[in-house]
Design a protein around this ligand. Sequence first.
Ligand code: SAM
Length: 165
Amino acid sequence: MSRLDSVIRRLEAQRACLDAAAGLLKDLPAEAPVFEVGLGNGRTYDHLRELLPGREIFVFEREVRAHPDCVPDEAHLFLGDFLDCLPRALERFSGRVALIHADIGSGDEAANARLARAIEGFLGALLMPGGILISDQQMSFQGAESLPPPDGVQADRYHLRRKSR
Ligand code: SAM
């Protein structure tokens, strides 16, 4: 597969998982927020805003380099390293988050896996019962249930978890 094909498949998988997760949130309280962990250039943040217009979205990123239309206001931005910001977010949102999308990867697979292990417990603790984690890296946490990927998405390309109720 060419690198172009690989990027296209990754983006299609991301979109399909975000779309599927939006459906899974329907029976969770409307006031429960969404977390975007890894803003990047803001593509998936923008898609989440479109999919979930009524939900508050908080963003985690160490350095904002997104498209100017895709930068959250200060009240919805945790600026800094995930390992500093997620513990702070936990003080405020423990067990209250409906959906977390964690897209944290770089080209370094070993570093990606280390970061995933370092943050997965925080993400699990932030989710409410029935809450959903979508991630580019394999992640798990206490009470995590694996959900099958949407049709057309390879199982190891993107990951869907639900926190048990
Ligand atoms: N989903 C985004 C999009 O659609 O544009 C792309 C996210 S990009 C793959 C990953 C982002 O995570 C990068 O912007 C990077 O700066 C951020 N990141 C990676 N490790 C981080 C860390 N330890 N703390 C804070 N941000 C981090």
